[in-house]
Ligand binder design. Structure first.
Ligand SMILES: C[S@@+](CC[C@H](N)C(=O)[O-])C[C@H]1O[C@@H](n2cnc3c(N)ncnc32)[C@H](O)[C@@H]1O
Length: 224
């Protein structure tokens, strides 16, 4: 099964797993591809809406992976404690929704679950939460699909609360300017931050200095 680049990239970040949950699985493509890859013994494609789940069910049936992939109607990670989950994928949703889903499932901390997160928006809020709640960001990567760069974060709880500077929240650990997807992501972030800076300067807001600092850090990373 051919995956679009964003999902293919997320799949490449998955690890060997006994039970992976793909939260907000929608079409179920990633859950099915993960099962077919052999990296996960068991995958649950979950979604809060019945419509998407029926698409996932049709794909599971078509590709004959019903012995490995189950579907579940669930809000976030509700009901998954005691299920031996060691990997959670939450992709294609806003960063704040992803944050709220993790926050409502404190067992992911105790069980050392690997989180693979792909926020469509508000990634800074998600990163702030991960830093402040003792999750260690293990990898950050970018992928371009169409013309849009997407960011993907992997994290696991280690109990160390970290200070999250504005640069950490806004641009994370993206350093490799020779990676064309990272470059595209940093340029996109720079454009958005510049717009915010214009607004902040008009309103004489206290955010101005911080925004300038983050933009300068992006420039440094792009030039170095
Ligand atoms: C844009 S789709 C992303 C699909 C897929 N994960 C991807 O990245 O291509 C978002 C999916 O998340 C589901 N969703 C939204 N809120 C959710 C929640 N609280 N719990 C589970 N699923 C949710 C929606 O029903 C929808 O199917």
């Amino acid at each position: 099964m051919k995956l679009p680049p964003r999902l293919e990239y997320i799949l490449s970040l998955t690890e060997s797993s006994r039970h992976t949950v793909d939260v907000g699985s929608d079409h179920g493509k990633l859950a099915v591809a993960l099962a077919l890859s052999g990296k996960a013994e068991r995958v649950t494609a979950s979604d809060v809406n019945a419509g998407p789940l029926s698409k996932a069910e049709a794909l599971i049936e078509k590709l004959c992976v019903g012995d490995k992939v189950a579907t579940r109607l669930a809000d976030g990670l509700n009901g998954f404690e005691c299920e031996g989950v060691d990997q959670v994928i939450i992709a294609g949703m806003g960063g704040e929704l992803i944050r709220d889903i993790i926050a409502a499932a404190p067992w992911v901390k105790a069980d050392g679950v690997l989180l693979i997160l792909q926020p469509m928006t508000t990634a800074p809020e998600l990163r702030r939460y991960l830093f402040e709640e003792g999750f260690r960001i293990e990898r950050e990567g970018a992928v371009v699909e169409g013309r849009r760069p997407y960011e993907v974060i992997t994290a696991r709880y280690d109990g160390v609360v970290r200070e999250c500077a504005p640069e950490d929240a806004e641009i994370g650990g993206f350093l490799d300017k020779d990676d064309s997807a990272v470059r595209a992501l940093l340029l996109k972030k720079r454009t958005a931050l510049k717009k915010r800076l214009i607004g902040a300067e008009k309103e004489n807001s206290g955010e101005t200095l911080t925004l300038k600092r983050v933009i300068a850090e992006i420039d440094r990373r792009l030039e170095e």
